[in-house]
Design a protein around this ligand. Sequence first.
Ligand code: HAX
Length: 430
Amino acid sequence: MSSIKEGIHDHLIELQEEIDCIFTAGRNTKVSEVNIGQIYGGMRGVVALACNTSYVDPYSGLHIGDYTTDNFSHKLPEEIFFLLSTGKFPEAESLAEFQNDLNQRAQVPQYVWDVLRNLPRDTHPMTMLSLGILSMENESVFKREYQKGIEKRNYWKYTLEDALNILAKLPSLAAGIYRIRFGNGVLIAHDSKLDWSGNLVHMLGIPDGDKSFADLMRLYLVLHCDHEGGNVSAFTSRVVNSALSDLYYAVSAGLNGLAGPLHGLANQECLQFILKIDEQLSDQVSEEELKAYVLDVLDSGKVIPGYGHAVLRVTDPRFTAFMKFGEENCSNSSCFKIAKKLFSVVPDILKNYKEGKIANPYPNVDAMSGSLLHHFGLKQFDYYTVLFGVSRVMGFCAQNILAQGLGQPIIRPKSVTNKWVLENLAVKKK
Ligand code: HAX
């Protein structure tokens, strides 16, 4: 058995023991109540899911196992996937074995390129990524084995196979999308000597003399890997997989959710916002001018991209990690300077806007990431969410593998009609 498979197997035993203990202590204990406002308000704050890959604390941000952003941001994405799915970082030997396994599976079938090359020229890169993965659905090991008839306790093993096949191909697929959509369409071959993020940088073909861009990409792919279970993309992916639709369907579905401007597309919107400020006011913009600009945007009914969060109530530690990278590597870049200036004015404005209704006035991960990519020559902001997606697929895969390993059932909450609510409140419509 490979180390990652063994690691997941052992982790599932630990997690199952915890669940047994939880159920013995109080299967019927209430941990959350739902009010009418939450039924109509996107279920915000309702505790209704178990996700064992990661946890987002409102005040300290993302936790993966026992680690917070500060103590995993120097790692490789492969190590992060290992951590998400086994609860532990790999030893050097297991890491090398895992990387080798990914390299063996990296070849993207020719028909995927044929599909992508035949799309309209201006197709969004996120559509291409989602479609590229969906087009490989016929390769699903889970689907093939399920049709033959497999025991439920083994589902996760075939889902892991699908996960490894998808993850291995992601750098080639994402880089190919970049070169087809924004370049001359000539693909650069995968290099088995490079690691997962190094390969992505290599196949994008963006010059990177001092390797700072490679370091940024490693950091980027680590920081976006997972954000617990209730966010739009992870939840969508889990719901789809809970119907035993295989991981190709589930990953593609999750990416479709990530493509929304209130979720993953916010990083693209952020950079557009920053570039507009640069064009209209320059990076020398004063605080007063910037405040007036931000207020104008808010008064026109738009949101400030990169600010706010459904769970976080502080500056996102992932934003802080990117800001540190920017200070060290590109403090003179115009976009970085504007992103930094926005950070010094936006929180105070949002705190007082809409009578304090904005739950979190602080920046999230998207407020800084695009400025850094732009500085290093990745200027096509339509592409940014693809990079987010490449990373987030690690979370989708790990969440689904663990949920299957723990035998979690199909997800199916109950919905109600207005009529039902009115009757339950004993209120008559006027
Ligand atoms: N600018 C202006 N208004 C904002 C705002 C912002 N950045 N953030 C929240 N608000 C508003 C909401 O639109 C809402 O107003 P209405 O009631 O009039 O509709 C009000 O404040 C209360 O919202 P909330 O409870 O604070 O926030 P939600 O949990 O409903 O939404 C969002 C969280 C992230 C969607 C929201 O803060 C937002 O739209 N931010 C800007 C877009 C963004 O940065 N998205 C990326 C989030 C991180 C992520 O998922 N990345 O993938």
